[in-house]
Design a protein around this ligand. Structure first.
Ligand code: GH3
Ligand code: MG
Ligand code: MG
Length: 300
């Protein structure tokens, strides 16, 4: 808990009161206190309304505007008769206030209420974030899933069209993967998929988006990437799959795996992201037909 209070006496009293329920950091420099609140993870900030030479509501509004402190509960201590400040404070998003003279029991009770509420909200937010992550992540490989790709690609496609930007996609499919399953079992197949995903992840650049599109098919979306650069990236990926055998953790088996790639870039005749993927898919089909373990670019 962070206490912002420039007056020695009231500070001591508040700390004494709160000590049994919280670790209290007391600060008298308001600006440093805001900075400290953003750097650390306090559960509550108590602002004394009678700061020397500083508008206490400024602290409150700063805490509310910083990303890191947006959700920290703020408890304001005000003087009797300072209704105007209370109204403004509540308007700014201050969670609760106490009017002097301070009743220690009330201070403890109100602090505890804010802390409990914050912890509950933290858990809720964490669980929502986690659920969203689960919904857009492929459970086996940890890459983004098809749902994520579809929505993200739509955004990138619109951006490419409206701003005249480049956008390329690479669709890749493991060669003769059914044989891996049939010969070594489904678990071995799963391990190959995981390792395949890891190699993709290690190859693509920061701005690229790698997804498991389904089964043993993966898509890499490359914003701002011309066809020749996309071909280089796909070729590098193909090489990284072919160059080293896949060693399976469970059985120690060492398997030679290859993959085929089809690439396409936004341009004439491609009006939707579905068409872009379809073009890349056609190129992939051609790569399979031409003998697999190769990159084919869709005709411009
Ligand atoms: P091609 O070179 O033409 O791509 O041949 P292929 O054998 O890879 O193609 P096919 O599409 O016939 O086989 C894909 C196989 O991938 C069939 C399916 O059982 C397997 N598969 C799909 N999803 C999973 C998965 O999550 N785990 C495992 N182990 N296998 C999967
Ligand atoms: Mg395949
Ligand atoms: Mg396939």
């Amino acid at each position: 808990m962070l206490l912002v209070d420039s007056r020695g006496n009231s500070q001591e009293r508040i700390i004494k009161t709160l000590k049994p329920i919280a670790v209290v950091t007391a600060m008298s420099d308001p600006q440093a206190a805001v900075f400290d609140a953003a750097e650390n993870s306090f559960d509550l900030v108590i602002v004394n309304g009678n700061l020397d030479d500083y508008d206490p509501l400024r602290i409150c509004s700063q805490l509310r505007s910083l990303e890191r402190t947006r959700f920290i509960p703020i408890l304001l201590i005000t003087e009797h008769g300072d209704e105007q400040m209370i109204v403004r404070a509540l308007d700014l998003g201050v969670n609760d206030y106490i009017v002097r003279p301070l009743d220690p029991n009330e201070l403890v009770a109100r602090s505890l209420t804010q802390i409990r509420r914050k912890r509950f909200n933290d858990r809720l937010r964490h669980s929502v974030t986690h659920t969203i992550e689960l919904a857009v992540t492929d459970g086996l490989t940890g890459l983004h899933n098809r749902r994520y790709l579809d929505s993200h690609l739509k955004m990138l496609f619109t951006r490419a069209q409206t701003r005249g930007k480049l956008l390329s996609v690479c669709v890749t499919d493991i060669d003769r993967f059914k044989q891996v399953n049939d010969t070594y079992g489904h678990d071995a197949g799963d391990e190959v998929l995981k390792e395949f995903a890891m190699r993709i992840r290690s190859t693509v650049r920061g701005a690229d988006l790698a997804c498991r599109y389904g089964g043993e098919e993966f898509v890499v979306v490359m914003p701002d990437t011309a066809p020749d650069a996309a071909a280089l990236i796909a070729e590098r990926l193909r090489g990284i799959i072919e160059s080293k055998p896949f060693v399976l953790k469970g059985s120690g088996l060492s398997l030679d795996i290859t993959a085929s790639m089809g690439i396409a870039t936004v341009g004439k005749g491609i009006d939707t992201q579905e068409q872009l993927l379809k073009q890349a898919d056609r190129a992939l089909y051609q790569a399979k037909k031409d003998g697999r373990n190769r990159v084919v670019a869709a005709a411009a």
